[in-house]
Design a protein around this ligand. Structure first.
Ligand SMILES: Cc1cc2nc3c(=O)[nH]c(=O)nc-3n(C[C@H](O)[C@H](O)[C@H](O)COP(=O)(O)OP(=O)(O)OC[C@H]3O[C@@H](n4cnc5c(N)ncnc54)[C@H](O)[C@@H]3O)c2cc1C
Length: 482
């Protein structure tokens, strides 16, 4: 070990969507020394909205082995590994959880409670002012009706002709129907929380950001966290802190907790790890949205423009989300070989629950992500209904001819919305990992602010809601809110 660096007040582990919010907000107070450690690189700055740097050659992602369904094929799950995290490499879809989604969260996270934080995080000049903010760090834009890709426009016409309501603002609390996707983007460029919350404040003397710095395990003294062991350039040293906020993401956070002895005792012992605190909920019962894509041969496809969102409009109906992508994945993701057009059908309230499973006592060995998708008969029936709906809308919109036969024409995949692997709940509930202030139950000074804490996955993509949660946790950590 090398000599210890100075003490810090708040140590943020993981500089992704949530971590950049926590570090940016906590360092507003010049008397609060904040250190953020991020395993990935600084990155090259904001990327074009229509290109996702998550292909096989990308050095900006973690790749976790995954089983999408029991007995199914092995897959590799990508998550961002760069300042900005998954929000730095994602599709830019920024739709809020609905008011109904929050009825499944603790009462202190009702829609009335969370709305001010959704408003605080954004600058969205569109729509009813009751729902929107004017001066937050994240710009929210939508593709204008006259700028829509011809496929998006045709999909909207087909969906409204089939009786689905047109919703100009899918970030209204009860929004369902077809409409333009709110995007965390400006002028065709994705805006991550790194760009919005952190980079403008890197000059603050009380803020230190260390990239290529990976937390290996937490350091505990009794029931209190006092820092973390962090590996940089092959050397491990302890960063000491009064408060540690875990933001390593819904795979990274439970993995780090388990390697620190906090997790399901049986699994830790089986893997040869010491048990410091038996918390059965760590890594258990996460949710994600299974997606099956319907392939088609495009008709009159304009060339893909990198500044155009790959998903400009969606249809939200009956807990399904239909996604008419504007480009083949082969054109949006370097290194992916897929020439077909695709409509995605995602289950937005799936019944299946997954697990993050340790494979080794070595913290550098990534865990296995077991999804158990479509293990429930109701999920399979809902997916079949969604595919029928997608086939009908594809036929009516006329922008492609369905591909029925080649292997992979209809393929099970994931939306990459994994959340809820360290869920929020009552301290008496053994399945809960954090309380409703996102403090780890049983450990003083330790918080979680990322997608892990969601007690129930929103029926929309999670990014906007992850940023909202981090906004709120920043206020708990800094004492702005009790
Ligand atoms: C390819 C892709 C596309 C997606 N598209 C969308 C979309 O369009 N809309 C949407 O709503 N959602 C989308 N999502 C999901 C959304 O981006 C995530 O839910 C959200 O960004 C998660 O934020 P987070 O802070 O929980 O984790 P992340 O943003 O993943 O941040 C975790 C960070 O912690 C770092 N880290 C991990 N372990 C350690 C460690 N031990 N030490 C130090 N650092 C560590 C990681 O490198 C990473 O930077 C997508 C996800 C992916 C991967």
């Amino acid at each position: 070990m090398t000599p210890a660096p100075p003490h810090t007040d708040v140590l943020v582990i993981g500089g992704g969507s949530a971590g950049c919010v926590i570090a940016g907000r906590a360092s507003v107070d010049p008397d609060c020394a904040v250190t953020l450690v991020e395993a990935g690189p600084r990155g090259t700055g904001p990327g074009a909205l229509g290109l996702l740097p998550v292909g096989p050659d990308s050095d900006l992602v973690w790749r976790y082995p995954a089983h999408l369904s029991d007995g199914g094929e092995e897959a590799l799950l990508a998550r961002g590994r760069v300042l900005g995290g998954s929000g730095e490499v994602n599709g830019g879809y920024f739709v809020r959880a609905t008011a109904d989604d929050f009825t499944r969260w603790p009462r202190s996270w009702s829609y009335d409670e969370v709305l001010p934080h959704f408003r605080r995080l954004e600058s969205d000049p569109f729509g009813d002012r009751a729902w929107h903010g004017d001066s937050g760090p994240m710009p929210v834009t939508r593709t204008g009706e006259d700028e829509l890709h011809p496929y998006s426009a045709a999909f909207v016409r087909a969906a409204t002709a089939a009786g689905h309501e047109y919703r100009a603002d899918l970030n209204e609390p009860d929004a369902a129907g077809v409409g333009p996707v709110p995007l965390n983007a400006w002028a065709g460029v994705r805006v991550s929380t790194a760009t919005a919350y952190l980079v403008p404040h890197l000059g603050r003397p009380n803020l230190r950001v260390r990239t290529a710095a990976r937390a290996v395990r937490l350091v505990l003294e009794g029931a209190r966290v006092v820092g973390a062991e962090v590996e940089e350039s092959g050397r491990v040293r302890v960063l000491r802190a009064d408060t540690v906020v875990l933001c390593a993401g819904a795979v990274g956070t439970p993995h780090l907790l388990m390697h620190s002895g906090i997790g399901p005792a049986q699994q830790l012992s089986r893997t040869g790890l010491p048990v410091v605190l038996d918390r059965p909920g760590v890594g258990r019962d996460f949710e994600d949205h299974p997606e099956v894509t319907l392939a088609y041969r495009p008709v009159d496809a304009p060339p893909h423009s990198s500044g155009r969102a790959v998903l400009e409009v969606v249809l939200e109906t009956d807990d399904l989300e239909l996604r008419p992508y504007t480009a083949p994945f082969g054109e949006a993701i370097a290194g992916v070989d897929d020439p077909f057009g695709r409509i995605g059908v995602a289950l937005m309230r799936p019944r299946s629950r997954g697990e993050i499973a340790l494979r080794s006592a070595d913290p550098t060995v990534p865990p296995l992500v077991r999804y158990r998708y479509l293990s429930d008969a109701a999920d399979r029936a809902a997916m079949r209904a969604g595919l029928d709906l997608a086939r009908g809308l594809l036929g009516a919109s006329g922008f492609g001819v369905a591909v029925e036969h080649p292997a992979g024409a209809v393929g099970l995949g994931t939306s990459m919305h994994l959340a809820g692997s360290c869920a929020m709940g009552s301290p008496d509930d053994p399945a809960a990992v954090v309380d409703d202030r996102c403090r780890v139950i049983g450990v003083d000074g330790l918080w979680i602010a990322d997608g892990s804490v969601m007690p129930s996955l929103p029926s929309r993509g999670p990014h906007a809601t992850v940023v909202m949660v981090a906004e709120r946790v920043a206020r708990f950590v800094t004492g702005l809110d009790a």
